[in-house]
Design a protein around this ligand. Structure first.
Ligand code: UDP
Length: 293
């Protein structure tokens, strides 16, 4: 197993325990540059997924999605490897169809602050299908909806980690807009189960297949759950809603249930409990240890 990362947002601390495993190797590399390895399965999860992180260097985000996918697809074509693409619910943009089904083409702005990620991931799907149709590469595309869990960065910037860190440290909880926008949150273990099933599925299943938890919450409800579970005295405050922030999001997972016999098992409150425990432990460490990631 080769773990390839440019460590732009990934933390080395998250893989330290795996270094003891004999067949686990770490290679520091950025997939925007070509690479040559002997592999039989490729999971392409490269790209920051948090809006503040992917917007920090938008050109590099597009390069990661497009050039990165191109480089990995060329590797797959050469080695005959099966390749899975971590696509995203962002391909649906601010959706006019609810819940989102795979056949919906989406409502995406091509030049807004989210476009580097949304259009980058859309173009990656195009490349995957063109390599499949032109070179017979075995492709697997999953569209991941909001996912959270232990090992996220405290400064990730996405809503679940922001609210938990704010609640645990007694800071104000920042709801963007009025908090009526919705998301559906999937615990990381559930997602990984679906990803592995997708990789192992028959060659004829290319996807795209939605993977996510279909239980939908408003952002205000999420804030209230986090406050309740942490027993925090943090106050809710409101900040401006980011440009092009999707109003609602919920996956239709009928295809994943039918083709992969997969559905999430971990509900929001038990997933949040595990994530709160992780951040509680992390934040208790000395600051110098947190910086050394
Ligand atoms: N959000 C929020 N407070 C935060 C971070 C995010 O209210 O501190 C909102 C954000 O505006 C969006 C939702 O939570 O409506 C989910 O945001 P996130 O960045 O986690 O992921 P997205 O689904 O937007 O990519």
């Amino acid at each position: 197993m080769i773990c390839l990362d440019n460590f732009s947002t990934g933390m080395r601390r998250n893989i330290v325990h795996l270094k003891r495993v004999d067949r686990f190797n770490v290679v520091a590399h950025d997939i925007v540059h070509p690479l040559d390895l002997e592999v039989d399965e490729i999971y392409n999860l490269a790209c920051p997924a948090s809006p503040p992180h992917y917007q920090a260097d938008p050109i590099h985000t597009t390069k990661t999605c497009v050039l990165g996918s191109l480089n990995l697809l060329e590797l797959a074509a050469r080695t005959g490897a099966r390749i899975l693409q971590a696509s995203t619910s962002e391909v649906y943009g601010d959706p006019n169809v609810h819940p989102q089904v795979e056949s919906y083409w989406g409502n995406v702005n091509s030049f807004g602050p989210r476009s580097c990620y949304d259009e980058g991931k859309r173009c990656a799907e195009t490349l995957f299908f063109d390599f499949h149709n032109t070179h017979g590469v075995e492709i697997k595309i999953i569209r991941i909806f909001n996912t959270y869990g232990p090992r996220m960065r405290p400064d990730d910037g996405r809503v679940v980690s922001n609210f938990i860190v704010q609640a645990l440290t007694g800071q104000d909880i920042t709801i963007y807009g009025d908090g009526s926008q919705t998301r559906s949150f999937c615990f990381v273990d559930d997602l990984i189960g679906g990803m592995v099933r997708m990789m192992a599925s028959p060659s004829s299943l290319t996807g795209p297949v939605n993977l996510g938890n279909p239980s939908e919450f408003t952002i205000r409800e999420l804030a209230e759950q986090v406050i309740g579970l942490t027993g925090s005295r943090s106050q809710i405050i409101h900040r401006a809603l980011p440009v092009d922030d999707p109003r609602q999001r919920r996956p239709d997972i009928s295809l994943a249930m039918q083709e992969l016999d997969w559905r999430p098992k971990i509900d929001l409150s038990s997933g949040l409990r595990q994530t709160i425990d992780y951040f509680d432990g992390l934040l208790a460490r000395p600051a110098r240890e947190l910086e050394a990631v």
